[in-house]
Design a protein around this ligand. Sequence first.
Ligand code: GRF
Length: 194
Amino acid sequence: MTNIAIWASGTGSNAQAIIDYFRENDHVNIAMIVSNRKQAGVIDKAVKEGIPYVYFSKNQIDTNDGVLDKLASSKIEVIVLAGFLLKIPSYLIRAFTDRILNIHPALLPKYGGKGMYGSHVHQAVYDQKETESGISIHLVNEHYDEGKILFQASTDLTPDDRPSDIGRKVLELEHYYYPRVIEAFVENALPQAD
Ligand code: GRF
């Protein structure tokens, strides 16, 4: 069984899709939700699902004030970022080398990097009159959105698609593929113990 912590700052619709997918799964256990925002929708979801959650302030995360200890005591092996908006500090990347996944709502390397999150991404795709967008699921390294890409999927855009339509199409891909890529990652990249 692989214990996963989902880190999210916002609504948590991806977190919910991942929780739903792995309910009663033999290999993956969503063991913890971490958020840097006390009011984040994802915390309500954790409560409803009976999944332990922890709030860490930006400062606690930046200075490792209890972060690695908490992850270790819950035997977390993989961190899944799902709309987590703070930079991941180096100590965490070192402790979880090739064990932190992120999803980016565009086809990297386009529309990535600092400031490219949420609606900013879809607005930029719209402004450039792109005919497609999509998702990129990647490992996290020390540079925003530059870790190894594990998976991409695309969706066609029409001239009628407003930024909000682009966001809706991309989110649909996220909800479908993120759990499945996590599953494949756990099965292929991590040793399996029952
Ligand atoms: C998603 O678009 C994800 O790709 C991005 O942040 C958004 C999170 O949405 N990194 P939600 O909180 O999962 O609904």
